[in-house]
Design a protein around this ligand. Structure first.
Ligand code: MV4
Length: 449
């Protein structure tokens, strides 16, 4: 096993990774920008290296500085967390070339999955259902032909995109040409690649994902699903497992698809396959996230599996000693993401945390990156903490979440806690009959009250 691991990240996920490193008796090395000298992950780590100025390009995206810190510290491996360089194949390659272990899949997997049309082709050839769609669009003629074949609405997506950035829904033939041009321009701006493709638009879908683990010896298992339909502007806000929308037979079917998708790129380590599920409960591959996800704790709370521990063990060459029938789950877990943001306008709200007190109690978990007196920098994602609760039933989990939200005190930055608390009373959420448009309907419900 490794003796020392560097965490190429910040905030709650860096703290989360350090916690498991400590449990495994592995020394932790933090990196930080000059805006994060007093950050919690720096205080928690056994040692730290300041790697650059506050803007991410100078620090948390600075591959050379991070790799130098890893070498100088004597770390044997690098855990990338999520975001920043986690899914960057060039970073994984550079880490490996420096003689270090990258705690994640080989660059081939992140490279293949990073290109959405390539990923679709790859998994579809392995027998995974995909939404009817085109390959990379080379002429407006191809686009028109496809849209007329499947019918409107269609959705234009960036081949180098993901996570909903640069998507455009088109309802009418006469809007298609200009929409493609606009999508190409945006894709070029956001990803440096103007390539787009078109899919049939699935209306009011569910966003459900499957967690997988794969070792270096051909063992690939799935660890059930997470329902992630509560999102706003493609930012997830609340996640839960089990999904109230699908039964265990459907989960097993999606689990099989997920394993096929992972195997198709010779996937190793922890990964997540995102699916759209339509009203008839057909599932379609959306994309694969080749990293640990923000919402991994709901899987941990219901299965008792420490996903970070398995990431490290797999990277160190251990065999998965868990077989599919051994993976059992119990009860229900819900995660609320606590953002430093204006709850009405959703603007980021950084600044000094004047008062901070976490809820505690049985079956309440808080994964936090902050503390009282910390000044939340303006340069990064405004996620302060994640609140995760477990209950024997979904109703019990919701009740516990209400209690926990009522006892989470954060003063200074504005937070979305009031929004989350109200959501726990929104009938559609409480009854578990929501889809990806639930937040829009929540605001209508509030207005009508
Ligand atoms: C779609 C879709 C409907 N049809 N693709 C959003 C995130 C990204 N991973 C893919 N996403 C979607 N892709 C097809 N063919 C619906 C979504 C989607 C969505 C779309 C518009 C507004 C909110 C949404 C929330 C979740 C998913």
């Amino acid at each position: 096993m490794f003796k020392k691991v560097l965490i190429a990240n910040r905030g709650e996920i860096a703290v989360r990774i350090i916690r498991t490193l400590r449990k495994m008796n592995i020394k932790s090395v933090a990196v930080c920008s000059t805006a994060d000298r007093d950050a919690l992950h720096v205080k928690m780590a056994d040692e730290h290296y300041c790697i650059g100025d506050p803007p991410p390009v100078s620090s948390y995206l600075n591959m050379q500085a991070i790799i130098k810190a890893a070498i100088d510290s004597g770390a044997e491996a690098v855990h990338p967390g999520y975001g920043f360089l986690a899914e960057n194949p060039e970073f994984a390659r550079k880490v490996q070339e420096a003689g270090l272990v990258f705690i994640g899949p080989d660059p081939f997997a992140s490279e293949t999955m990073g290109n959405k049309t390539r990923a679709r082709k790859h998994v579809s050839e392995a027998g995974v259902p995909i939404v009817p769609g085109t390959e990379d669009i080379k002429s407006i003629h191809e686009a028109v032909e496809f849209a007329e074949k499947v019918g409107f609405p269609v959705i234009i997506k960036a081949a180098s995109g993901g996570g909903g950035i640069g998507m455009k829904i088109v309802n009418r033939r006469e809007d298609l040409e200009s929409a493609i041009e606009e999508a190409q321009n945006r894709a070029k701006q956001a990803f440096g690649d103007a390539t787009v493709y078109i899919e049939k638009y699935v209306s009011n879908p569910h966003h459900i994902e499957i967690q997988i683990l794969a070792d270096n010896y051909g063992n690939t298992i799935h660890i059930f699903e997470r329902e992630c339909s509560v999102q706003r502007r493609h930012q997830k806000v609340i996640e839960e497992t089990p999904s109230p929308f699908i039964d265990i037979n459907k989960v097993e079917e999606m689990g099989e698809s997920a394993i096929r998708a992972a195997r198709s790129v010779n996937y190793k380590n922890a990964g997540t396959i995102e699916f759209l599920v339509d009203d008839k409960k057909n599932h379609y591959f959306l994309e694969m996230n080749t990293r640990l996800q923000v919402e991994h704790p709901v899987t941990e709370m219901t299965t008792g599996i420490d996903l970070v521990e398995w990431q490290i063990r797999i990277a160190a060459g251990e065999k998965l000693n868990l077989s599919q029938p051994q993976i059992k789950r119990e009860g229900h877990a819900i995660e609320c993401r606590i953002y430093a943001e204006d709850p009405v306008r959703f603007y980021p709200s950084p600044g000094l945390i004047k008062k901070y007190s976490e809820p505690s109690g049985e079956n309440i978990r808080v994964d936090s990156g902050v503390y009282e007196g910390f000044k939340v920098p303006m340069y990064y994602d405004p996620l302060l903490a994640k609140l995760i609760v477990w209950g024997k039933t979904r109703d019990e989990a919701i009740e516990r979440m209400k209690y926990a939200l009522d006892n989470f005190i954060i003063e200074g930055p504005k937070t979305n806690i009031p929004f989350l608390r109200e959501m726990m009373e929104f009938p559609e959420f409480v009854e578990g009959r929501y889809d990806t448009h639930v937040i829009e309907r929540f605001f209508q419900w509030k207005k009508s009250k």
